[in-house]
Every structure is written in structure tokens, then in C-alpha cells.
Design a protein around this ligand. Structure first.
Ligand code: DQA
Length: 145
């Protein structure tokens, strides 16, 4: 089973970006850990990062031809993007929303996700384990769209 992880804006700076919130794990280490964990679950995981909204939308649109599921951390676009929401609605493979931090413990503008109700579920607040749990959800959960 092939799964794609889509990382949104600024997540490439993990390791140095607000380490008190996001930890000291670098972007590259995070992807290594995600891929390794995926391997344990017999999943082949590809990870991509995009700062631009249009690149994220293009990737979502193309994903069904190559992947069985999407794990997305849309980062700041989570709270603003009708276009990413519409892209998720336009495809038929399951999408799981993840966040490293617990968005509900942060500023009120982060409490609303534009994509939560069009994803099969949301996992927030467990650092890299949010991604691991999302992989488990796709592998073992009832995540048919
Ligand atoms: C984030 C939370 C978002 O509010 C923020 O804009 C991010 C990262 C997280 O993983 O905790 O860039 O998605």
C-alpha cells in the first residue's frame, strides 16, 4: 500500500522553527522516522513538502493515481484554505489530517480547521506520533471515504 504524506508551509524548518512548540526533530529526521514506521506497517510512504497552496492542491489532485491514502499536515493553510478543502472533496481516497502541536491549546484562530470535516479524521498534538497514528488509521482503521 502506497501512502503520501503532504507537509504544508514552514514545516521544512522543523528542528529550528519554534522548538518549544514543535520539538527539535528536523524535517529530514521526521520523514525518515515516518517512512521507517510505515515500513513496519508494510506501507510504502513518500513524503513531500510544499510552501505553496497551489502545489499542495496539485499534489492532492494527482495522488489518487499513485496512492491509497493521504496524510496531510496543511500547517497554516489548515485554518484558511477553502481551495485545499475543495481538493480533498474532489478525490476518493481517504485523507487524514495531522498536526504536530495540539491546535486546540493554541491561539483561537488555530481552533478552526477548514479541512477537518472533509477528512476521515484528525490527529493533533502528538508530535511525530501524530503521523504514526495517521498511518495506523489508514492501515487498520475504517477509513473508507
Ligand atoms: C501545525 C499547526 C498550525 O496551526 C501551524 O500553522 C503549523 C503547524 C502543527 O503541525 O502543529 O504550521 O499544523
Amino acid at each position: 500500500m502506497n501512502i503520501i504524506v503532504i507537509h504544508g508551509p514552514n514545516l521544512n524548518l522543523l528542528g529550528t522553527r519554534e522548538p518549544d512548540l514543535y520539538g527539535s526533530l528536523t524535517y529530514d529526521q521526521l520523514n525518515e522516522d515516518i517512512k521507517q514506521y510505515g515500513h513496519q506497517l508494510d506501507l510504502t510512504v513518500m513524503c513531500h513538502h510544499y510552501n505553496s497552496e497551489s502545489d499542495i492542491i496539485n499534489k492532492i489532485q494527482k495522488s489518487p493515481s499513485s496512492y491509497s491514502g493521504i496524510v496531510i499536515n496543511a500547517a497554516a493553510y489548515t485554518h484558511t484554505s477553502v481551495a485545499i478543502r475543495d481538493a480533498i472533496l474532489s478525490i476518493s481516497i481517504p485523507v487524514v489530517e495531522v498536526h504536530l502541536s495540539n491546535i486546540y491549546k493554541r491561539e483561537s484562530f488555530r481552533h478552526h480547521s477548514m479541512i477537518a470535516d472533509v477528512c476521515v479524521g484528525q490527529i493533533s498534538g502528538f508530535g511525530k506520533y501524530s503521523y504514526f497514528l495517521a498511518l495506523q488509521a489508514i492501515k487498520f482503521g475504517s477509513v473508507e471515504k
